[in-house]
Write a protein that binds this ligand. Sequence first.
Ligand SMILES: Cc1cc2nc3c(=O)[nH]c(=O)nc-3n(C[C@H](O)[C@H](O)[C@H](O)COP(=O)(O)OP(=O)(O)OC[C@H]3O[C@@H](n4cnc5c(N)ncnc54)[C@H](O)[C@@H]3O)c2cc1C
Length: 468
Amino acid sequence: MATDAFIAQVRASLGERAVITDPAAIEPWLTDWRGRVRGSASAIFEPRSTDEVATIVTIAAEHRVPMVPQGGNTGMVAGATPPGDGSAVILSLRRMNRIRAIDPAARVAVAEAGVILETLHDAVAENGLRFPLTIGSRGSCTIGGLASTNAGGTQVLKFGMMRALVAGVEAVLPDGAIHDGLTGLKKDNRGYSLDQLLIGAEGTLGVITAVALKLVPAVAERCVAWAGTDAPEKALGLLRFLEARTSAVEGFELVPGDSLDLVLRHIPGTRAPLSEAHPWHVLLEATSASAGSGLAADIESMLGEAMQDGLIADAVIASNESQADAFWKLRDSISEAERSEGPTLAHDISVAVDAMPGFILSAKSEVERAFPGAIASAFGHLGDGNVHFHVRAGERADFYERDGKAVTRFVDDLVTAAGGSISAEHGIGQLKRDELERLAPPGRIAALRAIKQALDPLGIMNPGKLVA
Ligand SMILES: Cc1cc2nc3c(=O)[nH]c(=O)nc-3n(C[C@H](O)[C@H](O)[C@H](O)COP(=O)(O)OP(=O)(O)OC[C@H]3O[C@@H](n4cnc5c(N)ncnc54)[C@H](O)[C@@H]3O)c2cc1C
């Protein structure tokens, strides 16, 4: 078999340590994070350098054996899960985990693909700096995975998604050639940007081996506040009000009243920040790089003004770090609290920021009318026009199995009709591929296929993901 010959040749070139064929050691990496898709692979390759990746990819191309790049395997769309027929091998970047350099003056770090996000956070913090991208999987996800999925998170409002935070990419292309984008050039207009093509490509155009990352000064002060309001429109009004007065706001999350109720009911040790119930809530975080900046006082006075203007009904500022963390816990526990009530269908969607308040209300009522008994709710990154649009079983029986596909198609249709995206942060992988194909403009799909064909004519890089 081609795969056996491929494995033998990699072993001969790189030695025993680069190849895992023990089924028990492979097993944990065959299923996606949420446990929805199970694949099969006879080997995991574990290169330790860019040259070793290039050797593996070159041999794979000779034998026409497909590879599935894998980082922390925390992706939400089964992009790092191999196909079920055993035709592909896993190329794990986890042993390429060196931080090659941190340059405090240039505010750039160069990290290999397998560096865990939290490790990078800690390392740059020792230099008084910060890499301003944070997500719930930070203890497991890798820099290569973050770049390959163009990950987002809670700081996108101020700093942008991964694409905006990358200063350069080093990668091995599907023919084994090494692309070195770690040149430090701030300006480079030699045509198409390979770096940007590889970001968000989900491993379909090459293997990212290292990334130069833009850093910002460490946070000296943060102010976390919780506000209650009547409507998503007013929540967005609050954001616009704050943005007109300060550039300090970096997180702005919308929490519906019923989501907060679920958290308070199911997550031990949680308390409502405000004394009265409100239909909607906002969790906001503002930061300053200088101590003694008066940040909290400024935000407090702005919230007071916003209250007078009728944008919010009440607000409280966390009085210390543990209260700030407690506010964030309320937001971060919504999915877990929902699971305690039964199955949930999650949709990571975006529409234009200004259209989001209207979309949240109309999509909720349309979904609940089409699927009587189900409960729809939207929470998350309002300031990015990106919410988690969740639909819970409510009173419906056999919800997941019976309604799952129909609900998702319904939501995706609404999003598409609103000019939005069926994947705001998580990518397409294998779970959203059919919906992308169904709903994306034909010209867009044709362009994606043409790029894939041009860079990976043998189809050996993560086949079956993103575009078929
Ligand atoms: C609790 C939790 C919270 C999350 N929150 C967020 C969030 O707020 N925002 C968000 O955007 N995502 C979020 N995610 C999703 C996930 O963490 C991100 O998609 C992350 O970027 C995946 O990184 P990873 O190293 O685990 O990649 P993997 O899951 O291993 O791979 C993801 C994709 O990238 C490809 N890939 C991985 N490494 C490479 C490489 N070196 N070269 C080429 N291709 C590669 C894989 O083939 C796959 O297609 C969350 C996940 C969890 C479990």
